[in-house]
Ligand binder design. Structure first.
Ligand SMILES: Nc1ncnc2c1ncn2[C@@H]1O[C@H](COP(=O)(O)OP(=O)(O)OP(=O)(O)O)[C@@H](O)[C@H]1O
Ligand SMILES: [Mg+2]
Length: 286
């Protein structure tokens, strides 16, 4: 049996993201209806659901990019829906980092310059040299060699581009990290390396992570809990063991279908605890 991570213990009851009664729609097309979700401080919450069930829209709603028809969204103690248009919104945006689905870097800027974009926006008073040094540090933190800072996105592999986008998401030392399908399109080894990086950064930087993924290995490997979106709401949230114990057909199919069983079996083959060995330096390339 897989051994789920237990990183959430001391912070239980402390929720940096709270969504209550959320309804979103595009015209007549209702995406979420009366959706509730609480993300615990310090956890990596995996968010799964069929394609088109509204995972990305939910993420956009939480970071204030998607209008809600009804409901409440509190992030780090601030009401997102109320502050959508006022100035406090700016301060909030500096407290989270986002890696959008298919998230693009600016192709005409080097990796380092990409990371400098948010630094320039939020801290215009920083000197050019310091800004450059901070950017290089974030590039290394994301597991890229420092030389990558001077390369253009087109000169990097897909896995390196993901890491570069992560470096940009980490530019402002965020408390929350939103990742939408970060390992999509990576080979399994690159994906596993990226997963380990996320887990290590979460633990060392004290991040809370909202992680949308289709990748079952990612769910088993690094997520503390998983939220399942179906029928326009979060139908279940918990550890994978807890989810598997429910009898919702989609959840059963997902975790007990052939791919789910493979991911579970490969997790069970790992040493006790299931936690991958960490390379302290953010290690292997993708
Ligand atoms: N800007 C938009 N205008 C109109 N409809 C939209 C818009 N963005 C998303 N939708 C619709 O909202 C629904 C949910 O989309 P969303 O992108 O959140 O799905 P998802 O769960 O992230 O899917 P996937 O796993 O494929 O990324 C889809 O039916 C989509 O067509
Ligand atoms: Mg999506």
């Amino acid at each position: 049996m897989n051994a789920p991570h237990t990183h959430t213990g001391p912070f239980e009851g402390d929720f940096p993201i709270v969504v209550e009664g959320l309804t979103t729609a595009f015209g007549e097309h209702v995406i979420h209806r009366d959706l509730d979700l609480k993300v615990r401080k310090g956890e990596i919450l995996g968010v799964v659901g069929g394609s088109g069930t509204g995972k990305s829209v939910l993420m956009r709603a939480i970071i204030g990019l998607q209008r809600a028809e009804a409901g409440q969204i509190d992030v780090l103690g601030h009401s997102i829906l109320a502050s959508l248009s006022d100035a406090s919104d700016d301060e909030m945006r500096s407290r989270w980092g986002v890696l959008f689905q298919g998230g693009a870097l600016f192709s005409t800027l080097t990796v380092g310059e990409n990371v400098e974009v948010p630094l320039r926006e939020f801290y215009p008073e920083i000197s050019d040299q310091l800004r450059h040094e901070i950017a290089c540090y974030k590039v290394r933190l994301s597991g890229l060699p420092e030389e990558a800072a001077n390369k253009y996105p087109s000169e990097l592999s897909g896995g390196m581009r993901k890491r570069a986008a992560l470096a940009r998401a980490l530019a402002l030392d965020p408390e929350l990290l939103f990742l939408d399908e970060p390992t999509a399109g990576l080979d399994p080894i690159g994906a596993a390396g990226f997963d380990r990086l996320i887990r290590e950064l979460t633990d060392t930087l004290g991040l809370t992570v909202f992680l949308i993924t289709h990748d079952l290995d990612t769910l088993y490997e690094i997520c503390d809990r998983v939220a399942v979106i179906a029928d326009r709401k979060v139908i279940a949230i918990g550890t994978i063991d807890e989810l598997v114990a429910t009898d919702h057909p989609w959840i059963q199919e997902y975790f007990n279908g052939p791919r789910g069983r493979n991911a579970q079996a490969s997790q069970a083959r790992k040493p006790a605890g299931g936690k991958p060995a960490m390379d302290k330096h953010g290690g292997e390339g993708a």
